[in-house]
Design a binder for this molecule. Structure first.
Ligand SMILES: Nc1ncnc2c1ncn2[C@@H]1O[C@H](COP(=O)(O)OP(=O)(O)OP(=O)(O)O)[C@@H](O)[C@H]1O
Length: 904
């Protein structure tokens, strides 16, 4: 979800290409100016792309085949999100040629990071700024890419085995809560192992059990390969250079024209670039995650993240003259219509069985100006009951699965029971689809990356995916997207994740505008909770921003996109230049070492501002100028006046330039801005206790109150107000359900997630899929569990937790919706005096209560499904208990069926 604003949006690559003529000359002048010979760099890159200069400096992300396709109008917009104007995407340049060999072995997914012989010939792009260290010259492998290239997967300091310090001794209580039981099952992600310079990611399951299953990234380059080839089974030894392209992927982040330095580089950048010139980024990697994703998907956002050297950063910036730089959001970005963003339908249109159903979101794209198809493996003929990941276990061929006209025949993952559904979004390295398991009825998010033997982007994709797998497989928290498993199918690599249907915060901001304070507080609290958990495991996310935070229809927030995350082993380690510039902490920009975890706190502060204004701080500046502001000035970004004092204070706490001065995530959870945030998350409805009173009791449950936090008087007061308003406003049978469904993500009225135009909400809310109900996703029963090579759901504990939450029974220890550490009054000094009753806090209450109270009068139609369920439950119980016939049921406000107000 490194989705970027247009100034480094991927689509700009197309514009860059379109204007290649003039830009070429400009590049040439830049080359002369900086005394760089792009030609020599390109030529000197052994095993790297031999692309023309213009390609070599372009963004990796835009080299995505998908982006190269001639997109639909929506897609064009989708890839040019920004806080400014956007332009229509132009065709991307041809994919680079990266002959390499990727080998598969039975062990899964591996990288053999042999040093490249040409390690010093890595292209340095066009600025003498953060010159990437010659990786091959490092004596310590931990220096490679800041050790984060594979985040615990490759670098020596990030082992994923049981010796992981985060696993052994650094866990917070939360971590322990959410981690138990995660490493036991065979084939679980915990089996990811690192040994010296090679590692195996066990969760990546090869469907070709008897064939080499590992994808080995070694320093063998096949320069003769002129074209990209699918990483298919008939290519037994595809080897990918691990440094030039895979480890560092110099051309991955810089080669894509969408972030083409040439395109984005303007006079201002050139001037500003002097700021970077003297910097030496010893740990800088060129492996930029050129993150961009397609807003056209509907769920992804348009902010770029970057991982790489500063030279790339400089060139990323979009000049105001660029057609992609516009302060006016694209109509498509503001369009609430799902059609322009979500490309439903099937999967691979090029599949011979696809019946010709074309889907522009799929795996076909123009290459060299021609449509190049990459066929998915044919689904097997038979279906077994084995693991959903097993090669023969394809539901696609099941005769019991009717094929709707709108669904292509080919599932994304023929080897599994997961059928690839609509496109959720595009990332830098692949696509994310809804996955549906026809057998179990479960849904997931399938992140798909096509691996090519000779494509640097594929290598970078594999690296990042591996990194995500490694990290995510160790995480379990309600505010972190849950990892389910992964597998390789043919030339595709899939990661199965918890499906969060609400989209990202960025997307919500684009669609619905800035959030209200109540929503900001709730979301911030949940983000913090996830961060506190993550940081307790000594892991830094490094790309916290709205685009990487997903929201479910119930207002539950999930941190996502761990492609840049890094496990920190030491007290402090060099900070690689990764992240999204506008959310990037000063110490990252300045390449100073410090408390690494604090970079997430800075980014959180930026995200709070983003939620409050729809834009990150310093968004009025172009990229380089913004980075200059962030890195060098003493200024604080403008904090909107409409935020209350504690909100402003929270932001200021986060945006302290000295990382050591920033509170930790755990400390910030005690900040009044979030500590007393209204729990918006809706609990999953479950069987109601037989004698449980309705009314306020249900309201309490629905609010999630009491599940993980102790109630203050404030909470009681709040509930009293709720109760009062409920009793006054519920006069219709249509409101019967309201007491149990009063919470919502943002606001009950006009809530983005409840808005009728919000298909994610509708999908999630209306879907009867068991995936939305943890009751159906217990670990052992899931089709993801067991079987050969299967990766079990590792959210078993989560499922248990959720079950504990059924019926809203309070469990202060489960942390289910309380999100994080226990709430105790151990506020740091900075928060003293801001407790309930303090002027600041009291100041907030009226508006908050008003909003909360409105939740009780939300129109019934917004909760039709749940409301009906609740009513049905109550009716059933009532019938059994009182032997009352349905036609005699009293549905008046005073009826026990409509809710009591006499306490819990
Ligand atoms: N678990 C999920 N549930 C729902 N949607 C998701 C999920 N994960 C990702 N998406 C959607 O897919 C889009 C792309 O996902 P993501 O950013 O993780 O891919 P990526 O390849 O990691 O991108 P990048 O690395 O460039 O940021 C997101 O913007 C989001 O809209």
């Amino acid at each position: 979800m490194r989705n970027m604003p247009s100034w480094w949006g991927k689509s700009s690559s197309k514009e860059a290409k379109k204007k290649s003529g003039s830009k070429e000359s400009f590049i040439d002048s830049l080359h002369r100016k900086f005394k760089f010979s792009s030609e020599s760099r390109v030529n000197g890159r052994s095993g790297g792309s031999r692309r023309p200069c213009s390609d070599a400096i372009s963004e990796k992300g835009s080299r995505s085949p998908l982006e190269s396709r001639s997109p639909s109008p929506s897609k064009q917009v989708a890839r040019t999100q920004s806080f400014a104007e956007r332009s229509i995407s132009q065709p991307l340049p041809l994919p680079g040629q990266h002959p390499a060999h990727v080998g598969r072995t039975d062990s899964g997914f591996s990288i053999s990071p042999k040093p490249r012989s040409d390690k010093c010939s890595k292209p340095l792009l066009f600025l003498p700024l953060p010159r990437p260290r010659c990786i091959g010259g490092r004596s310590n492998r931990a220096d490679f890419d800041d050790g984060d290239m594979n985040t615990g997967s490759v670098s020596s300091d990030t082992s994923v085995d049981s010796e992981d310090p985060a696993d052994s001794g650094l866990r917070s209580p939360q971590a322990i809560d959410y981690e138990s039981g995660t490493r036991t099952a065979a084939g679980s992600p915990s089996s990811v192992m690192l040994k010296d310079q090679s590692f195996t990611v066990a969760p990546v399951i090869s469907r070709e059990a008897k064939k080499p299953a590992n994808i080995s990234f070694i320093n063998q380059i096949s320069p003769s390969s002129p074209k990209r080839r699918p990483l298919s089974s008939h290519v037994p030894n595809l080897q990918v250079p691990y440094q030039g392209a895979f480890w560092s992927a110099p051309d991955s982040s810089m080669s894509s024209p969408s972030r083409s330095p040439i395109r984005a580089f303007g006079t201002e950048q050139a001037v500003n670039s002097a700021f970077w010139a003297p910097k030496t980024y010893t740990d800088v990697t060129i492996a930029g995650s050129g993150h961009g994703s397609s807003p056209g998907s509907g769920h992804n956002s348009g902010h770029n993240s970057m991982g790489g050297d500063m030279s790339g950063q400089l060139f990323w910036q979009q000049s105001k003259g660029s057609p992609e730089y516009s302060p006016v959001p694209s109509p498509r970005l503001t369009s609430p219509g799902p059609g322009s963003r979500i490309h439903s339908g099937a999967v691979t249109p090029i599949h011979p069985r696809a019946g010709g159903a074309l889907n522009d979101s799929q795996t076909s794209w123009p290459d060299d100006g021609k449509q190049q198809s990459h066929r998915l493996p044919l689904p097997p003929v038979t279906i077994s009951n084995a693991s959903p990941f097993s090669h023969s276990n394809s539901a696609a061929t099941s005769p019991s699965v009717p094929r709707s006209p709108g669904r292509a025949e080919n599932p994304a993952s023929p080897g599994s029971r997961w059928k690839k559904g609509k496109l959720l979004g595009r990332g830098t390295f692949g696509h994310v689809y809804v996955g549906f398991n026809s057998e179990s009825g479960e849904m997931c998010a399938m992140k798909e990356v096509t691996l090519f033997s000779d494509d640097a982007k594929s290598k970078e994709s594999a690296k990042q995916l591996t990194q995500e797998i490694t990290l995510l497989s160790r995480l379990r928290h309600p505010n972190i997207v849950q990892y389910y498993g992964s597998e390789s199918v043919g030339d595709k690599l899939y990661i199965y994740l918890e499906y969060v249907s609400g989209g990202s915060i960025y997307k919500l901001l684009q669609d619905y505008g800035q959030f209200g304070e109540l929503a900001i507080r709730s979301y911030t609290q949940q983000i913090l909770s996830g961060l506190a958990y993550l940081h307790a495991k000594n892991t830094v996310h490094r790309d916290i921003k709205g685009a990487n935070i997903l929201v479910d229809p119930n207002g539950r927030v999930k941190l996502a996109d761990f492609g840049m995350a890094k496990h920190i082993t030491g007290q402090s380690c060099p900070l690689s230049f990764k992240g999204s510039p506008y959310w990037m902490a000063p110490e990252v920009i300045k390449n100073s070492s410090g408390a690494n975890l604090a970079v997430d706190i800075w980014s959180l502060g930026c995200t709070v501002l983003e939620m409050a204004t729809t834009k990150p701080p310093w968004s009025q500046y172009e990229g380089v100028a913004a980075m200059f502001k962030i890195g060098n000035s003493k200024e604080l970004p403008a904090i909107p006046d409409h935020l209350l004092d504690d909100g402003k204070d929270f932001i200021r706490q986060c945006l302290q330039r000295n990382p050591l001065h920033r509170p930790t995530a755990a400390q910030l959870l005690e900040h009044p801005f979030v500590k007393y945030a209204a729990p918006l998350a809706r609990p999953i409805l479950g069987p109601e206790p037989s004698d449980s009173p309705a009314g306020v009791a249900n309201g309490v449950k629905a609010l999630g109150i009491g599940q993980s936090r102790n109630f203050s008087n404030l909470d009681s007061d709040r509930l009293a107000i709720h109760s009062s308003r409920v009793s006054k406003t519920h006069h219709h049978t249509s409101d019967l359900h309201i007491p149990r469904n009063i919470s919502c993500p943002v606001s009950p009225i006009g809530s983005p997630l409840l808005h009728s135009r919000s298909p994610p909400h509708l999908n999630g809310r209306m879907s009867p899929s068991p995936i939305s109900s943890p009751r159906t996703t217990s670990g052992s029963s899931t089709p993801l569990t067991g079987g050969s090579g299967a990766i079990p759901f590792i959210h078993l504990k989560q499922s248990i937790n959720l079950q504990e939450g059924f019926g809203g029974i309070s469990n202060p220890s489960n942390g289910l919706y309380g999100n994080g550490p226990s709430y105790h009054d151990s506020s740091p000094d900075m928060f003293r005096g801001k407790q309930p009753g303090s002027p600041i806090f009291s100041e907030l209450m009226p508006s908050e209560n008003d909003v909360l109270a409105k939740q009780f009068v939300r129109p019934a139609h917004t909760e039709q499904y749940n409301g009906q369920s609740v009513l049905a439950d109550r009716v059933s119980r009532q019938l059994l208990k009182d032997h009352v016939k349905m036609n005699r049921l009293d549905l008046s406000p005073k009826s026990p069926l409509t809710g009591r107000t006499n306490g819990v």
